[in-house]
Design a protein. Sequence first.
Length: 355
Amino acid sequence: MAKIRRMFPGGNTSQGFVSFHDNIIGPNRNMLYILKGMPGGGKSSLMKYIAERALKEGYSVEYHHCPSDPNSIDGIVIDELSIGIVDGTFPHIIDPTYPGLIDKLIDLGQFIDRQKLIGFKENIIEAKVNNKIAYRKAFAYFKSAKIIYEEIAQNNKSGVDFIKINYKTKELIDEIFSRGTANREELILVERHMFSNANTPEGYVDYTQTILEEIPTIYYIEGEIGTGKSTLIKRLIEKSKMKGYSMEIYHNATIPEKIETLIIKDIDICITSNKNALKFPHNKVNLNEYFNQNIKDIKDYEVYYLLIEKGIFHLSKAKNNHEILEKSYRPAVNYEGVTKVREELLKEILSSGKS
C-alpha cells in the first residue's frame, strides 16, 4: 500500500538556515531531477502533481516541505522507483553530481518573459532587501533562544543524578542492541540527516508522526532540558555506526546540533524525545526520575519560548516578502511551457517503473 512520509530537508535555526537537501536521496538513486527557476514559477506545484500521480499508481512518496512555507515543497522522493525531484535554487543550491547519468537539470527559468518582468523590477529588489532583513532578525532571535536554552540546561544539570542516568543509558543500549539484524533490501543512505519539524512562518510545524507510523518498536525518552536526552541518542548513534547499521537522524528544529529522533533501520527501532511517540505503542524511558524538578527556573523557560515566538514572527515577515516576489514573477511566466515539461517528466518517471 502506498505510504506518505513528510519531513523538512532544511530548517530555520539558531545557526541560520541549515540545509540537508543533499540527503533527500542518496547516490544509489535511479535519478534525481533538479529544478531551477524563479519564485512562483511552478516548481512546488510540479512536484506536488507528480507526487499525487505516483501515489495513485501505488508508489510511496516522501514529501520534503519548505521550512519557510510548509505548504510548499522543496523535494519529493518516490521510494520504489528510487527517484527524487528537488528544488535546487537558493538558499539550497543543488547542482548535478552525475549530470546526464543519474542527475538531470530542468531549467524552468527558460519560461520567463524578461520584458514582462522588467515592470516589476522595483518590487522585486525591495522585496529581496526586506526578505534579507526579516531572516536576519529571525535568526538573531533563534540564536538568542539557544543562549537561554544553554543557561536552562546548565541550571537544570545541578539537579540531575547523572550516575543513575548513565546506568539507565547503558541498560537501554544493551537492550536495543541485543536484537538481531533484520533482513533488508539495500538502503539508499547509510546515515541520513533531516528535520521532522521546523520553525515556519505558520509556527512550529511537526511531521514526526508520519515517520513513526511504520516502526514496530519505539522508545520515547522523556526528560527536561539538561537531563541528557540528546546525549543518550548520540551514544546510540555511535553504537549504530560501530555495528554498521543504517540510520535516519532527525535534528532539533531550533538547535540542530541536538538530536531529537533516531531511526535504526536495520533493526526497525526508533528512539525519540518527540512527544508524537506517545500516540503509538512505546517503551518509555523517563529521565525525569533522576531530576529534581524544584531546580527549574520557569522564568527562563518563558524567555526561551518568547524568543522562539519572536523569531517565528519575523519568518512570517519574510514570507510576506516572498509572496511579493511570487506575485511579481507570475505574470512573466509561461505556464504552458511549465505544464509541458511537467507532463514529459511524469511520463518519463512512470515509464521507468514499467521497464
